[in-house]
Design a protein around this ligand. Structure first.
Ligand code: MN
Length: 254
């Protein structure tokens, strides 16, 4: 099996190494990842300027392509140029921090996997919730078990699966929960400061609304100590909204 491995925390991130080590025996793993951390870049794509790409040896463990671009750039470049044989699977992660609920929209980790799925390849994003200490090796072993389950069922082409591993400070996960995406938003606040030059600085702080209000969601599964598995799609059409707009008296001439 040919695997494309990407992430958004950068090619030297420990989460990527852990995922690499946990899946390398599945086949031929090609690593194409951002040269620097590109978290919360969502589906950004570099246009109009060239991106550098360098093959580097990482942590004396693997060779990978280090790309001065976004996670989505990495997958695009891998599929179009770097991998003459199409991968059978795109993996993205392991991200430092969960990518569940509304965060899915901001996540570069999920965007890399989504890019693979858009090009018809079954793709999995893996993220680890961080509370205190970080044990990516253990998260890698957990991720591998979930990936094996998904592979045993067969990952459909163009499907996108979002996997989140709960913080491991409480012990191993209690199991796996198939969960829908939470839609809870943040209670955004900004800390305001003035700098010496008379400019106003705003820093996004603030927390999430109460997860308990949305049971059966990815965030809720994590809080209960379960690995969450959520199949995603990128048709953002509000299908219920289509008929609501059907009888709008649209302008007929422009
Ligand atoms: Mn990240």
């Amino acid at each position: 099996m040919r695997i494309l491995l990407c992430n958004d925390d950068g090619i030297t991130a420990p989460g990527l190494l852990a995922l690499y080590k946990s899946v390398r025996d599945l086949g031929e793993v090609t690593v194409v990842a951002p040269a620097a951390a590109k978290s919360a870049m969502s589906h950004a794509v570099t246009v109009g300027i060239p991106i550098t790409c360098q093959k580097i040896h990482v942590h004396e463990q693997f060779w990978g392509y280090s790309v001065a671009g976004s996670p989505a750039d990495c997958v695009k470049l891998a599929l179009a140029e770097l991998m003459p044989d199409r991968p059978d699977l795109v993996l993205s992660g392991i991200n430092h921090g969960a990518n569940a609920g509304i965060d899915i929209f901001y996540s570069g980790t999920v965007a890399a996997a989504a890019e693979g799925a858009m090009f018809g390849i079954g793709s999995i994003a893996v993220s680890l919730e961080i509370v205190q200490e970080v044990d990516f090796d253990r998260a890698g072993r957990i991720a591998r078990k979930v990936i094996d389950s998904l592979l045993a069922r067969g990952i459909r082409p163009a499907s996108l699966i979002n996997v989140n591993i709960p913080a491991l400070c409480q012990g191993v996960p209690k199991g796996v929960r198939l969960a829908k995406q939470s839609t809870l938003t943040y209670e955004d606040r900004f800390e305001k400061k003035m700098n010496g030059g008379g400019e106003t600085l705003y820093m996004l702080v603030g927390g999430r609304m109460d997860i308990g209000r949305q049971p059966e969601t990815d965030l809720h599964a994590l809080r209960e100590g379960y690995v969450s598995v959520t199949p995603l799609q990128f048709d953002l059409t509000d299908h219920a909204g289509l008929p609501r707009l059907a009888d709008v008296p649209w302008p007929t001439a422009f």
